[in-house]
Ligand binder design. Sequence first.
Ligand code: ADP
Ligand code: ZN
Length: 730
Amino acid sequence: MLRHFDEGDLISVLTTQPLDRALDYKAPEGGCFEGAFVEVPLGPRKVLGVVWGEGEGGYDLSKVRSVIRVLDAVPMRDEMKQFLIRAADYTLTPMPAMLRLATRSPGLGDPPAMRVIYRRGTVDEPDRWTPARQKVVAVLEDFGGLAFTLGELAEMAGVSTSVVKGLVKQGVVAEEESPRDLPYPKLDPGRAKVALTAEQESAASTLRDGVANREYGTALLKGVTGSGKTEVYLEAVAACLEAGRQALVLLPEIALTAEFLTRVEDRFGARPAEWHSGVTMTERRRAWKMVAEGGAELVVGARSALFLPYQDLGLIVVDEEHDTSYKQEDGVLYNARDMAVLRASICKARVVLASATPSLESWANADAGKYTRLTLTARFGEAVMPEMHAIDMRSEQLPSNRWISETLAGAVRHRLGEGEQSLLFLNRRGYAPVTICRACGHQIGCDHCDARMVEHRFQKRLMCHQCGETKPMPEKCPSCEAEDRLAPVGPGVERLAEEVAALFPDARAAILSSDLFGSARALKAQIEAIAAGEADIIIGTQIVAKGHNFPLLTLVGVIDADLGLQGSDLRAAERTFQLMRQVAGRAGRAEKSGVALMQTYQPEHPVIRAILSGEEEAFWKAEAREREQAGVPPFGRMAGIVLSSPDVQQVFDFGKALTRKTAPLDRIGAQLFGPAAAPIARIRGRHRVRLLVKAEKTAPVQRALAEWLGQFRVPTNLRVSVDIDPQSFY
Ligand code: ADP
Ligand code: ZN
């Protein structure tokens, strides 16, 4: 039970304001519970906070101000508080920033908003029955006690709203005010069960038993695309609903939610709560409230859904757990996969990490016995993994500014003849990654970042993929002012589409790239149109790799399999392996088998060979051995420190200062590398310097980092960001 404070008691309130501690206030009239969301005065302003505990006191109590009001929201549960504290410790994030993540609901404390609804009134018969009036009453009676908005009712009855209004006047239909934040419809875990295959059933029953235990545990559910991972984890969701606990399914991409919601509706008879940036304010508010009050049984959402105020969370599914978008890369730097495990361990919930190509972290945890390993080996139905072959680009002799080899073009032509789809995969948005002046060699860069501008021809603009800045394509070279000498270098998907149009003039081509669609809905419509066969050739970036079903697709051509292997990222091999297997998995999902062709200049490269052979275990083992020898994650700990400032001198000076007082790091045997200019040395006008801390897996890195950084006074212009377990090193 949460503790209660009486009016006038000294209490400590954590606010969302960037202060380094909680502040003391007096409990308001009527008192308040620990965990209550409150509004408190801070200087001249009113700010949001949470009653954190007893006040500290030790000063003139007559100066302490009172809480203004207690908000109409369920108080924060102790388990949520523990989660925020431990997540803050892990990620070295100040508590106010953590609290902001947990209070991202518009109008959190407002009284319930009202709306007008319609239901069956007390008067049985109107003065006169018309067919339209009969239809309205029939709808109301068919749906029992359900209430409708005016628009919904008129639409379902197929009449105009004036018919409904006419019935209201006579008392046949009642018009009432009702709270907007209504509970979500009940889900029926027993509805539309599918008959699982033996392998699926064995995985599902392990998950069901786990949920029934009400103890923490994590399972890694691994299976090729189409093997039925979703069917299997929906069984765990069903078990969780049966146990009366709430479930959360995290998806890496908003574009995937629509398809998933439909599946939930088919399986459980209603739609769950949704939580991501594409959801309206009203729905967000409703979701936040209903999750807290138990009026939402299942939430489907993005990583921030982990910070919703669940009443009793029993299951967290992280689908496509290897996906890099689970790592939040600005603001609070956290990995939703790791935070899901933390949250579940606090509230005795189960975690399911689902993937066709798990991250090496999860693979190693399963290998060490920390996670239960569940594997689906077969694709459901007839579909089998596509055959994979390399196209050795050294012997293809492509003319310059062409990227589709004759071998690949031949394969596409064959599919066109059969009426089947082909996918050409290139992980580069826009028209060309570089624009160069042929007169002076100047490459057009961003004014604010140390990055080249990418031409986006559809939008007729150059765009910086770091800061999002755009500018029109210049007529003259910005450096030497030569006219008409600017030329694109290298391909993006838009340029590849031109080549496709030239090679296959009669084929219908469609580009799938995240920047070409204004909204998730537009993207979804395009995906559905393609799945229904409205394109012969799909040209796509990595968004095609994520879970969409294209039943007519039988050929995948990877334009540049070597792309991800360049650069010095420690996860380059892992990422390439995952992405190539995911993309290849798009082919042959229905009854027809598929082929994946990978264009490469280095077919002997161990990663390329591992992808082609499909010997996953061998690949993971080799990769794990290498990382273990190097002492890098997941076998060692790393933390990236990025310093940034508009002042280049200041940022290097501070970086050097950091290397002079390293005793706290030395004590835990950690190594410090840097400072060095970051690979992208300037973003949005701020100069960037990186340092890297490396330590043994068991070393208490966070504490040492906090102590080390705590020794320095950070200049006002300078920003220090600490990234525990960094995923990117730009
Ligand atoms: P994954 O999540 O591993 O990609 P899905 O769960 O989406 O796989 O399954 C792929 C397709 O096969 C889906 O259309 C799914 O409904 C179907 N499917 C999988 N298992 C079964 C089953 N046991 N019975 C009926 N359909 C199934
Ligand atoms: Zn920029």
